[in-house]
Design a protein around this ligand. Structure first.
Ligand code: UD1
Length: 343
């Protein structure tokens, strides 16, 4: 059995990937400092899969804390999710973002070299395509022209990984560029739980549906798109998680660095997403048109062909599935809050 180490494995994408790996029979170890997640996620993973992964509460950038995992466990591959991810915060605190995100990638790579672990899967982002490329985005487009430090950390780590793979012929690196992950596991037990006011569209919509916020602000309706609102490629987090399983399988038999988009190839506007949520769940989402958000682009969606051809993976869930599953999880966390308040 293969043992896979997930740094940041308690987070939104990491926890869903842990579930899919366990469902496929992999042995999973999670390393997470719980800086943006909670220990209960482990209970939920166990409830869903019947298996409790080994958990280390450590900071992935801290070599001494990470060392025992590599020393004591036969790790065959690492999926590196650990990292800060709030775009706005990265503009305000760039050094914190560069220090944390780049350090954790370097620490894990050094430990892998010392312990002869040769497979590294990286959580990159479609944000590396920047503002100059025209969708659909293919993996061979030039990257750069990014509008925030968070995105630049992804860009820089991609380059570090390509250089590492060039220098070490035995290393297998897979760069996964995520488009916009939404939705939750069908069980409703794990999902996205933003701290404070959500920055991203779907968590905000879910909080409006739950009555936590009274309306959604639609950032701009004067983009050159059919309804004037921004277009993105929303991908169900379970599909995304399965993309990691496919990448892991691929990395067994390939060396060097290879890049794949994980997206659906379908562009959906902000208004279309609101209406899909309303239809799937029978809830009205009040919204107002607001000014454009700084750094946003009109359109971003994937060319998903390379992943389909080489990884034999493609996104299967619909936008309705995404809306239904998001709401199921949002209701669960709203119920928990209500119970807490009533005690
Ligand atoms: C954002 C980040 C991206 C990151 C991704 C993670 C920016 C510029 N980009 O992508 O780097 O990888 O999150 O998921 O922040 N919208 C509204 N109202 C809202 C929130 C969003 O109208 O309250 C609109 C946005 O203008 C955009 C779309 O919804 O058109 C999606 O926004 P969001 O969910 O924040 O994702 P991105 O901006 O695509």
């Amino acid at each position: 059995m293969e043992t896979v180490l997930l740094t940041g494995g308690m987070g939104y994408i990491g926890s869903h990937t842990a579930v899919e790996l366990l469902r496929e029979g992999y042995d999973v170890i999670i390393a997470d400092d719980l800086s943006n997640s909670s220990a209960e996620v482990l209970d939920s993973i166990e409830k869903i899969t019947g298996i409790r992964p080994l958990f280390y509460q450590v900071n992935a950038a801290d070599k001494e804390q990470m060392q025992p995992i590599f020393r004591d466990r036969a790790v065959s591959a690492v999926i590196h999710f650990a990292g800060y991810k709030a775009v706005g915060e990265s503009v305000a605190k760039p050094l914190m973002y560069y220090r944390n995100n780049i350090d954790s990638a370097l620490t894990v790579l050094e430990l892998m070299a010392e312990h002869e672990v040769q497979r590294f899967i990286f959580s990159s982002s479609a944000t590396v395509y920047g503002e100059h490329n025209v969708p659909p985005m293919t993996e061979d487009l030039p990257t750069g022209g990014i509008t925030n430090p968070y995105g630049w950390t992804k860009y820089m780590i991609e380059q570090i990984l390509r250089d590492a793979a060039k220098a070490d012929q035995e290393l297998s690196v897979v760069l996964l560029r995520y488009f916009n992950p939404i939705g939750a596991d069908e069980s409703g037990l794990i999902g996205e739980k933003p701290n404070g006011i959500p920055n991203n569209l779907m968590p905000y919509v879910a909080q409006v549906a739950a009555g936590i916020r009274d309306h959604l602000n639609v950032f701009g309706n004067d983009y050159p798109t059919p309804d004037g609102t921004g277009i993105r490629d929303y991908i169900h987090v379970t599909d995304l998680a399965r993309g990691h399983v496919a990448a892991l399988r691929y990395s067994r038999t390939h060396t060097g660095a290879e890049t794949f988009n994980l997206g659906t190839g379908r562009g959906v506007s902000v208004l279309e997403l609101i209406h899909a949520f309303e239809k799937a769940n029978g809830i009205k989402i009040p919204y107002e048109i607001a000014p454009r958000r700084a750094g946003d682009i009109a359109e971003m969606y994937a060319a998903p062909d390379k992943a389909e051809k080489i990884l034999h993976w493609r996104a299967e869930k619909t936008i309705e599935d995404c809306c239904r599953d998001t709401w199921r999880f949002q209701k669960k966390i709203a119920d928990e809050l209500r119970i807490l308040r009533s005690h």
